[in-house]
Ligand binder design. Structure first.
Ligand code: ADP
Length: 174
């Protein structure tokens, strides 16, 4: 059986988690990996439907994603998670449960994410229409020791994908 692992993306909304994970998927498949993406936005419409954005609900959402990712990875799947996952303690909790855990910090300054405003959410948060938006009036706790940092203000999507593949090779996962 192929070796499964969790590739855990974390970063602000609009930093590039979804974009990079989608670009990475075919590259991993081409190398014989089974891949499943647990995208934050998608999870919130299914697995975590009904949850809000309080700290408690965010933690529950992330624990669910971690649990499913763990089930997948132990069955030989590369489980890519692409959720903001703003709280360090919960990310570290999942790392402690899953020995094959690779954290990817998708890093971009708030100003860049806000300028991109892919989903128009920053404008709404600034206008006070959304409360508790990560980076505006809710915390984002940067990873202290991520295995990989994709700096999407400087690295192109292709460069980020390359960076991740190189590190996964180095770690012996692919
Ligand atoms: P997230 O999943 O982190 O919320 P998305 O992937 O949905 O972020 O959105 C990131 C946006 O930024 C996309 O519209 C993407 O095309 C754009 N973008 C611009 N430059 C980059 C880059 N270097 N890496 C990743 N995304 C980028």
């Amino acid at each position: 059986m192929e070796k499964g692992f969790i590739l855990w993306f974390t970063g602000l909304s609009g930093a590039g988690k979804t974009t990079i994970s989608k670009a990475l998927e075919p590259e991993l498949k081409a190398r014989g990996c089974k891949v499943e993406i647990l995208d934050g936005d998608v999870v919130r419409t299914h697995l975590s439907k009904g949850l809000g954005f309080s700290k408690e609900d965010r933690d529950t959402n992330i624990r669910r994603i971690g649990f499913v990712a763990h089930l997948l990875s132990r069955n030989g799947v590369v489980a890519i998670t692409a959720a903001i996952s703003p709280y360090r303690a919960i990310r570290d909790e999942i790392r402690a449960m899953e020995p094959n855990f690779v954290e990817v910090y998708v890093k971009a300054p708030l100003a860049t994410c806000e300028a991109r405003d892919v989903k128009g959410l920053y404008a709404k948060a600034r206008a006070g229409e959304i409360k508790g938006f990560t980076g505006i009036d809710d915390p984002y706790e940067e990873p202290l020791n991520p295995e990989i940092v994709c700096d999407t203000d400087c690295d192109s999507v292709a460069e980020s994908v390359e960076k991740i593949l190189t590190k996964l090779e180095l770690l012996g996962y692919i």
